[in-house]
Design a binder for this molecule. Structure first.
Ligand code: PMP
Ligand code: GLN
Length: 385
């Protein structure tokens, strides 16, 4: 293994899911739903396979899906994307993130990234030869939301800064950035001529009526923003690994140049089915959002009763919980002990930080599970504590 990748061992999701399986734990670690996506989507995909949609799709993706992506970004946000040059289909958002960082970050470039950060960002910035400049999200004393300090953001910019990486709705904190928070980021990008990279995979999973605002909709941002999203969270099919990169033609072309040699293309039969589902997304996606909001409330209440200090989750599959009121300090130790001791798996948030101390006392719990599964987890945690 090349030297700069040696610090990246097994991903925390793989480790915790293995531990959960070995111990028969309720797995609230890795974020995946335990119910299926919309029936018509599953049937369409099966039909496509049986009817012979089984050869390479075009490298940039099936035109039907690129057009459907362009339509939904226009319908929801008023963003107009040329499906031929400004939308590109990848093997999950993960491949889009990888291709974008490899395509846009030069050796030695700095990438500003809000921490805690999704694990692939750190590894891919490193693989691209870039350097991370973390800006830490911390709970706002007034609201409990994880927020950044605009001065810390500004102080992170230097002569080698190339990109700001933004994930909203944010994994693992559950923060959904407001238009005002995004404007702080946009102003920095405009002033210093930076590329923005936005990971919007949880765009349809926001709660309490909170809107998702794509950074690209802010003044002066469309031409400098590359975004990724994916089918996994939109339709509760995380194993389908089909995502899309969106942005201005020069940036998407750069991503395409790299990705054609990473995967060449993504799964064709699924792409065709997903295109249809996106065009008919309205009701199912709205119902999923409402159900998840209820699950968030259910798990948050249960965790609070157990004694955790529970964070504010405005979106995603996740809620953060502070272990200090229970008398513990190391989230890594607790996360490793919980499956055996309590029969519940969670993720230690520390692994999402460069400044590890900042997240030492936090666990991330996933609430994208059936109600009875959430109740069982809470019952086990109560018995354990
Ligand atoms: N970004 C974030 C913030 C995620 O939580 C995930 C996990 N699903 C991904 C990207 C990866 O998405 P995909 O499964 O489409 O590769
Ligand atoms: N996105 C999921 C999470 O944050 C897991 C993805 C993965 O296993 N790499 O839990």
């Amino acid at each position: 293994l090349i030297e700069r990748m040696r610090v990246y061992g097994e991903t925390i999701f793989a480790e915790m899911t293995r531990l959960a399986t070995e111990t028969g734990s309720v797995n609230l670690g890795q974020g995946f739903p335990d119910t299926d996506g919309p029936r018509p989507l599953l049937e369409a995909a099966s039909r496509n396979i049986l009817e012979g949609v089984n050869q390479y799709p075009p490298g940039p993706g099936r035109p039907e899906l690129r057009r459907a992506v362009s339509r939904y970004r226009s319908r929801h946000y008023g963003i107009d994307l040329d499906p031929d040059t400004e939308v590109y289909i990848t093997v999950g958002a993960t491949a889009g993130i990888a291709a974008a960082l490899l395509a846009l970050v030069e050796q030695g470039d700095e990438v500003i990234v809000f921490e805690p950060m999704y694990d692939s960002y750190a590894a891919m910035v490193t693989l691209a030869g870039g350097v991370r400049r973390p800006v830490t999200l911390r709970p706002d004393p007034a609201t409990g939301r994880f927020v950044f300090d605009p001065d810390e953001l500004r102080a992170a910019v230097g002569p080698r800064t190339r990109m700001v990486l933004v994930n909203s709705p944010h994994n693992p904190t559950g923060t959904v950035f407001t238009a005002q928070e995004l404007e702080e980021i946009a102003a920095v990008c405009r002033e210093h001529d930076l590329i923005a990279f936005t990971d919007e995979v949880y765009e349809f999973l926001t709660f309490d009526g909170r809107p998702h605002v794509p950074l690209a909709t802010l003044p002066g941002m469309r031409e400098r923003t590359v975004s990724v999203s994916s089918v996994g969270k939109m339709f509760a099919v995380t194993g389908w690994k089909t995502g899309w990169v969106m942005g201005p033609e020069p940036l998407v072309t750069a991503v395409r140049t790299v990705n054609q040699f990473l995967t060449f293309s993504a799964n064709g039969a699924l792409q065709l089915a997903i295109a249809d589902a996106i065009d008919n997304e309205g009701e199912w996606v709205a119902a999923q959002r409402a159900a998840l909001q209820g699950k968030r409330d259910r798990l948050a209440a249960g965790l609070a009763e157990t004694g955790f200090e529970v964070g504010v989750s405005e979106g995603t599959y996740f809620v953060m919980a502070d272990i200090r009121p229970l008398g513990y300090t190391s989230g890594v130790d607790i996360a490793r002990a919980l499956p055996r001791e309590a029969g519940v798996a969670a993720v230690p948030a520390q692994v999402f930080y460069d400044r590890e101390k900042e997240g030492e006392h936090l666990l991330r719990f996933a609430f994208c599970k059936r109600d009875e599964v959430l109740d069982e987890a809470v019952a086990r945690l109560t018995a354990w504590h």
